[in-house]
Every structure is written in C-alpha cells, then in structure tokens.
Design a protein around this ligand. Structure first.
Ligand code: TXA
Ligand code: MG
Length: 319
C-alpha cells in the first residue's frame, strides 16, 4: 500500500506519537518530527543518514512564535519576516534555551521558517509543537518535489507522506543569517537575492564552506543524481563529444532538436519560476532513465537562475 495520503489527522496522530511524517512545502518536501522529541529528531538524522553536525530547520505556523525561540531579533529580520513569511525564506537567529541542542547541532543559532503551503500550515496550526524538517532525501541526494520522490526514497522507513501535490517553487528556501545586525545569505534559494535586497538593501553571500563555518550544510558536492552529470554553457557541443553514449540533456528553454538525445526543457517560454519548479523533478526523471551521462545547461545568472546554478554546480562536475 502506498504511504502517500492527504489525511492531515493521521499526520497529527503520528507526529504526536513521536513518529516522522514527510510534509509538503512550497519549496521541497521535508522529513518532519516534533522538535522536542529526542526520539523523533534522532530518527530524522538516521533516516537521512545525515551527519549530526548539520543542523535542522524549525518550521512554525506564524512569525509570532519567533519570540518564544530566540534571544534577539534584528530589525532587518523583522522586516524580512513581514515581507516574506509565509514563504521560501529561512532566518538564522540566536536561539534560547528552549531549543534542543540536537536541532542546532550545538550551535547558538537556530534556523526558522514559516512555510507557505496550505496543507502544512493547517498541520502546524493543529500541533502544540514546531516541526524540525530537513529536505526528505537521503543525505547528498536530489531533494524531493513530489510525494512520489519521497516514497521512492523512504517507503520502508516512514509511515506517511502527507500529500500536498508538486512543490510550486521546487528548490529549497533561501537561508539568511546575521552578522551583528547585518543580513548575510548562507544559502541561495527559492527567494531571489534581488527580492531580498529590495527590502533590506545590499546583502553579502557567504555560501561556501570556506567563507562561512556558519553554513555547515553547504558542501561542495550535494543535491546529486547518481548518473554522472555535467554543467556547461554550450550543451550541443558537449553532447557531440559523447555521441557514442546514452546522453540526457537538461536545457533551459531551447530544444537541441536532436532525436538521439533524451531531452528535458525546463521552460519553453523562458520562465525562471517554471524552470525552478521543474529542476529537481527533471533531474529525478533523467536519473531514472539509466543514461550514461546527463548534460545540464547553465542558466542565466540572475534571479532564480543564480540559485539554480548554485544547485547544479553542487550536483555536477562543472566544465
Ligand atoms: O526549503 C527548505 O529549506 C526545506 C524545506 C523542507 O523547508 N528544508 C531544507 O532543509 O532544505 P535541509 O536540512 O535540507 O537544509 C537546511 C540547511 C542546511 O544546509 C543547514 O546546514 C542549514 O540549513 N542550517 C540549519 N540550521 C542552521 C544554523 N543554525 N546556522 C546555519 N545554517 C543552518
Ligand atoms: Mg537538504
């Protein structure tokens, strides 16, 4: 029997009993558990095979809960929360003693987000505790944007994927921390840099491990298909070099019109939003086809294109 179901009451019941449930968000599916249950939080790490040094994001129903979890909220964090929550932005703030150390991997900060998905907002409103939820994929693999992706990863490990359909944004939230009162981007994501800067002015990006020990999850290789994957500017000429192989290509908007290739076009009309929502699903799809190689086209490096290029770089060998 499938573990995918729309039954919110079942999810309430399981989570209350310290079990894990995969939940839909507008970015990617999360593998959720009660933040105050040591048993549930340990299972999140073991199910994902995630190292304990990599902290989890806490999901809450509304920004009002922020005061109960943090010791200080910078002015610009308030502006950002007002502008973008519920939504695809995670704020990293100084934690108070109520947040268990396992959630934050011993750090003195906690990552918090109000997701923008009606099913998960309804779920969070019924629970007396917040949900810790990393993306619902084994450590290092492609994040899930459809309930079926989670089912194929974890059908033997969890009892329910709460069905909220395909994720509308399709890549993870943008993570923003603070150096004193100044916002710093730890992870590019579904909320574009330009939108953030429109609210708080220019912000710096510190999303490489060398630059920021504060962004412990930003490993160079991550989000990766199991098929060898390349990221290039000129897909057609790269494909020619591999003509003896079974090649999959992932292009932004223009078909290569080459029937010997397995091709996915992210957005015929060049919409970054559509491309982002299809990015991981397309990688999952190409990965299933038992190809010898996947060649992905680098996107225009602005708006969500910048976030997608970040993910593709981590998923691939860049030429
Ligand atoms: O869109 C998302 O953010 C999804 C959905 C489910 O909400 N969640 C997600 O979680 O992508 P995860 O665990 O795959 O990525 C969380 C990232 C990790 O890179 C982690 O290192 C970082 O957040 N993080 C968590 N707590 C942090 C903290 N206190 N300081 C810095 N980075 C933190
Ligand atoms: Mg993840």
């Amino acid at each position: 029997m499938s573990i995918i179901s729309t039954d919110i009451q079942k999810a309430v019941h399981l989570l209350t009993n310290e079990e894990l449930v995969a939940i839909p968000t507008e970015t990617v599916y999360g593998l959720a558990g009660n933040i105050y249950s040591e048993k549930a939080v340990k299972r999140i790490f073991s199910t994902k095979k995630r190292p304990f040094f990599n902290p989890l994001i806490v999901h809450i129903a509304s920004a009002k809960a922020l005061q109960t979890m943090t010791t200080h909220i910078p002015e610009k964090a308030k502006l950002l929360a007002d502008a973008f929550w519920p939504g695809s932005m995670t704020l990293v703030l100084k934690k108070n003693e109520k947040i268990p150390d396992m959630i934050t991997a011993g750090k003195d900060t906690v990552a918090i987000r109000v997701p923008n998905h009606p099913v998960t907002l309804a779920l969070l409103k019924q629970l007396p505790f917040p949900l810790a939820a990393p993306s619902a994929n084994p450590f290092g693999s492609i994040s899930p944007t459809k309930p079926e992706h989670v089912e194929s990863y974890f059908k033997n490990d969890i009892l329910q994927v709460l069905d909220g359909g395909a994720c509308s944004n399709g890549i993870e939230s943008t993570i923003i921390g603070f150096e004193k009162e100044t916002p710093v981007i730890f992870r590019l994501g579904a909320l574009a840099l330009e939108d953030i800067e429109a609210v708080v002015g220019s912000v710096s990006i510190k999303n490489k491990k060398e630059e920021s020990p504060d962004a412990p999850g930003m490993l160079a290789r991550h989000y990766a298909p199991s098929t060898q994957t390349l990221l290039v500017d000129d897909v057609a000429s790269e494909a020619k070099k591999h003509s003896t192989k079974k090649v999959g290509v992932l292009v932004f908007k223009e078909s290569l019109n080459n029937s010997s290739l397995t091709e996915i076009i992210l957005s015929d009309n060049g919409s970054m939003q559509e491309a982002a929502s299809k990015l991981y699903d397309s990688l999952h799809e190409l990965d299933r086809q038992k190809l010898d190689i996947i060649i992905a086209e680098r996107l225009p490096n602005n708006g969500l294109g910048k976030s997608m290029n970040d993910r593709l770089q981590r998923a691939t060998f860049t030429i």
